[in-house]
Design a binder for this molecule. Structure first.
Ligand SMILES: O=C1O[C@H](COP(=O)(O)O)[C@@H](O)[C@H](O)[C@H]1O
Length: 246
């Protein structure tokens, strides 16, 4: 079966999932030019990939200092809050590899409103890109990992939030409805500016939504609306894949 969009890679178990994700990052880093920007997903699914990257051979094989890392979304909570996406990524990966902290672009927090944090983060990403307008010939991301919630959200683009889903100018927006805590998310224009988007999807709880998106029956949820200038790859474990594992 062929997915409605993108390519599908189904892996048999958790170990193969982590290895495949780590390999994709290592390959993107090895083949990129002087500048390489990696988008990082939060939540729980990519944690095993980050942990794999922090171990042999990736922890010394990847030129961590030469890469820029951009968080796709963040819960607007203190950096040491268990819900912080950056905290999860630090503990799984950056606490264990030699990297340049200035190249890990996290959503600012202290002393800011969520609107100010989104503005500052957007300015930081535009400075990294070197322009305020994205050019189709020069994608922002070399590789962008995205998660998918069982409701079809991706990053913090939430179902039914038209203001977020229809944004075409801003790169970053505050999210003040739909979740108990405020959030900051990248928008479609910047998420779609990618050579490769890798959706990481695992577990039987995601099966029904994933099936809807891959079959083309589900077109309106946020994850189904990602259309990067480059490729989309669905990295999926057998539990999430269901009938797509055949
Ligand atoms: O809230 C979020 O959810 C999605 C999916 O998370 P998961 O725990 O189901 O993998 C995640 O991609 C996003 O970064 C996060 O803020």
């Amino acid at each position: 079966m062929k997915p409605a969009f993108g390519e599908l890679l189904v892996v048999p178990d958790a170990e193969a999932f982590a290895e495949a994700g780590a390999r994709l990052l290592a390959d993107a880093a090895a083949t990129a030019g002087a500048r390489c920007v990696i988008g990082l997903a939060g939540g729980s699914t990519p944690k095993s990939i980050y942990q794999r990257l922090a171990s042999s051979p990736y922890h010394h094989q990847v030129r961590w200092n030469a890469l820029d890392f951009v968080l796709g979304d963040e819960r607007f909570v203190a950096p040491d809050d268990p819900d912080s996406n950056m905290r999860m990524i630090d503990r799984a990966l950056f606490d264990h590899v030699e990297h340049d902290p200035a190249r890990v672009h996290a959503v600012p927090y202290g002393g800011l409103t969520v609107e100010q944090a989104a503005d500052r983060y957007e300015q930081a990403l535009q400075a990294l890109y070197g322009a305020k307008t994205l050019s189709p010939e020069r994608p922002f991301f070399d590789l962008c990992f995205l998660g998918m919630g069982d409701d079809g959200h991706t990053a913090s683009l939430l179902p039914g939030q038209q203001r977020l889903l229809e944004e075409r100018t801003r790169w970053v927006l505050p999210v003040t409805e739909g979740r108990p805590e405020a959030r900051v998310t990248l928008t479609y224009p910047v998420l779609d500016s990618a050579r490769l988007v890798v959706f990481v999807v695992a577990g039987s709880g995601k099966r029904s939504m994933l099936d809807g998106i891959l079959s083309g029956a589900e077109t309106s949820v946020p994850a189904a609306r990602i259309r990067p200038s480059g490729r989309v790859l669905w990295l999926v474990d057998r539990d999430a894949a269901g009938r797509w594992a055949q």
